[in-house]
Design a protein around this ligand. Sequence first.
Ligand SMILES: [Mn+2]
Length: 430
Amino acid sequence: MAEPIDPAVVEAENEKRAKALEADYEALGAHLDRRGVDIEAVRAKVAAYGVAVPSWGVGTGGTRFARFPGSGEPRNIFDKLDDCAVIHRLARATPRVSLHIPWDKVADLSELTERAAAHGLGFDAMNSNTFQDHPGQERSYKFGSLSHTDPATRRQAIDHNLECIEIGQALGSKALTVWVGDGSNFPGQSHMTRAFERYLESMKAVYAALPEDWRVFTEHKIFEPAFYSTVVQDWGTNYLIAQELGPKAFCLVDLGHHAPTVNIEMIVARLVQFGKLGGFHFNDSKYGDDDLDTGAIDPYRLFLVFNELVDAGERGAANFDPAHMLDQSHNVTDPIESLMTSAMEVQRAYAQALIVDRTALSGYQEDNDALMASETLKTAFRTDVEPILAKARLDVGGAIAPVATYRAAGYRAKVGRERPETSGTGGGII
Ligand SMILES: [Mn+2]
């Protein structure tokens, strides 16, 4: 298969920046060394880190008001995989793709595995979709899916999840992510207890079909599409689900699915403490489930989440193996550029969390030295770790400056010529 990005362009772009990077890396290494941090150890961890990209993220997203597609929109999952390959080719942080069924359904799964393998990509968690009706579907999800009052509709939703597992098995996936839009728009419309009982009963049927080495992630969301009550509305309900289902069930935290002032890093700490953190959907928000680019609004919060994750990893927390995935909507940018920069923002937060002086932090916590504890975190957050990220990319043939290199390579213009304009590709976000 032809390289999606001309290697000569990558080389030429890197050449322009290599000398400055070496100088910056050396200076940062000396600086970190004075703080007792080994830059090489941080680089090795950053290089080994990956965040999955959602297949639906490479298409232009939209709002309920409008969608403004760009040029060269992917027409199908094969185009999407090609775009995902570009993201990984340049930023080297997204080795896996998370698929969405039925949006990414194909007749011959071996074609999918072949295309992914040709690009050096793997498959992450499978995502089911019972929040909208699909062509040919017998029963409607207008009033819910896994928690629907009608047993046949619930059965249809369960069967769809079982199909996702089956497809995922053929692709080498090891997890199923379930988000439902079930809820109500009016007080009294739905019996809250009975709806949750029905949801749990349905999820138990899904859980029973999980292969031995699979996990299921349930994703909570405070509101939308239901605007009065949501069946899986917060991390408390999500934790109850994971407890009820069993050891293969974990909670997925989407950063945008909380009220604006909620302390998400604290939710992360709680779920880690009780061995039920399944993974993340990274994005950012200002007001609600805005699905903005990761780190675009509140990079400090992202860092604080990673601070909890690194802390949990270093103290060997039990049952701790969270899946990392981006889940955001690109309405006004080239999705490939947004996904590259977002993946790098996640990596950056990880690198910053790795250089926190944890011994000092722990001491300040014990001594109730609030100011110095905060400053210890801030010192790590204020450190520009970009040379570490850039070096990690360069080491494995990526781009020092992924967006500039992507623009220089002219990929968008090329696919713009190859892919006819469409308006119907799914820009949905979960
Ligand atoms: Mn999500």
